[in-house]
Design a protein around this ligand. Structure first.
Ligand code: MF3
Ligand code: CO
Ligand code: CO
Length: 293
């Protein structure tokens, strides 16, 4: 048996990595808060083609970073790899400089690294990945005025049977939620499917963080819950809509709290969490995943 991993604690965050002036920044960089998006969630064919390009860069970046998840690697090193990959593809890493809640600092890195009991929004730092850790990497690329957002869970080394089952069940829950996103249905169908599938496998689905409309804005205001929110969140799914599905499933209770860094979210009971995320577009024939390499 491998020794039980200690709780995750705050590490040292490295200096901000630079972005060449030739790379266009999203509007919120350097501002107190992101502008409110009022343009809706149904996009033109032209905008969708642009989102497809950003989404592909994000997916390729995720695969590249994921290849480097291994015992002994720091989460800061993962940030360096993702940061450079996105810049090399002419895009901006959307989380870098993304404004926080009132009075909180902006997110300081090119991707989120959330290890074990960290649900989401983990800040890459000097934390060293250990054998069996579940490392969630969430990376978003901004190019030609639009964002593509995705996340994956990677196990360092072999991983316990429990960790492997959590990761595979979370991926399957996401895919089932995506398949349920058919035009004419309410968005709450997605979370209903995800929560039911999670529960069948003994896992809880996080309620306080959700999927979202994405494209010309990082977060458009449209909310996609990963639990059964009916009769709320009754927005009707339409052809041309673009949004994320990004369930977080927990081995224990989904109750959670935020660290005083203003970002890192952890389960109250320290139970481990997996997450996957895709950006999807709704077509006449159903959902299409855009975040593919
Ligand atoms: N990519 C995350 C999402 O899926 C958002 C991260 S915002 C950050 O919505 F500031 F924490 F990076
Ligand atoms: Co994301
Ligand atoms: Co997202």
């Amino acid at each position: 048996m491998s020794p039980v991993r200690e709780s995750i604690t705050k590490g040292v965050v490295s200096p901000v990595r630079q972005v060449p002036a030739s790379i266009a920044r999203p509007e919120y960089v350097g501002k107190k808060r992101a502008s409110l998006w009022t343009g809706g969630d149904v996009h033109s064919a032209e905008t969708i083609e642009k989102i497809r390009i950003s989404a592909r860069i994000a997916a390729q970046a995720l695969a590249e970073v994921g290849r480097h998840v291994a015992p002994g690697v720091t989460t800061d090193e993962l940030d360096r790899i993702g940061h450079e990959f996105v810049l090399d593809h002419g895009a901006y890493p959307s989380t870098l400089g993304y404004p926080g809640a009132a009075g909180r600092p902006a997110f300081p890195k090119a991707l989120c690294t959330s290890v074990n009991e960290v649900i989401c929004h983990g800040i890459p730092d000097s934390t060293v990945i250990e054998e069996g850790d579940i490392v969630k990497v969430d990376i978003t690329a901004f190019k030609d005025g639009v964002h593509g957002d995705n996340c994956g869970s990677f196990i360092a080394g072999e991983g316990s049977d429990g960790a492997q089952k959590l990761v595979s069940t979370t991926h399957e829950a996401m895919m089932r939620g995506i398949k349920a996103a058919q035009p004419g249905r309410e968005v709450n169908v997605i979370g209903r499917v995800i929560e039911k599938y999670a529960a069948r496998h003994g896992f809880e689905s996080v309620r306080s963080y959700t999927g979202h409309g994405v494209g010309p804005a990082f977060h458009t205001g449209l909310v996609i819950p990963h639990y059964d929110a009916a009769p709320h969140h009754a927005d009707v799914i339409e052809v041309g809509m673009v949004f994320t599905v990004e369930p977080m499933l927990c081995m224990g209770s989904e109750e959670n709290h935020e660290w005083d860094d203003g970002w890192t979210v952890v389960t109250d009971d320290r139970s481990w969490v997996a997450q996957f995320e895709h950006t999807i577009v709704i077509t006449e024939t159903g959902p299409e995943v855009l975040t593919l390499p």
